[in-house]
Ligand binder design. Sequence first.
Ligand code: 5GP
Ligand code: ZN
Length: 111
Amino acid sequence: MKCLFCAIVNGEIPADIVRQSDNVLAFNDINPVAPTHILIIPKIHSENAAELTLANPEVLIECFEMAASIAKERELNGYRTVFNTGADGGQSVFHAHLHLLGGRALSWPPG
Ligand code: 5GP
Ligand code: ZN
């Protein structure tokens, strides 16, 4: 089956791109749950964060670096970075993506 986020990387499906590097793409979530809700993804397909960690740890780090850089640029008063993994983890798109959430106080624990 075709991967939605690979299609965004390839430009086949449009996205509101925030920033990109050679390895990583950041774009606004289509259904934001916070004032800042950005998805940061490896350009090369990995199914989830565990697979990305094994295949390309430096790209995993780059995802977190980009999240921190965007948060700093936006002067967020704190933020949350989340990789949902698997069904019970709430993952619905099986191309690894780091959620960057901020711009409001976030509750804990998550639902
Ligand atoms: P997950 O539930 O897998 O952790 O997160 C998937 C995220 O992708 C959701 O927050 C959802 O709103 C977002 N999403 C799903 N389809 C699209 C799309 O076509 N474009 C964008 N920009 N975001 C999407
Ligand atoms: Zn993919």
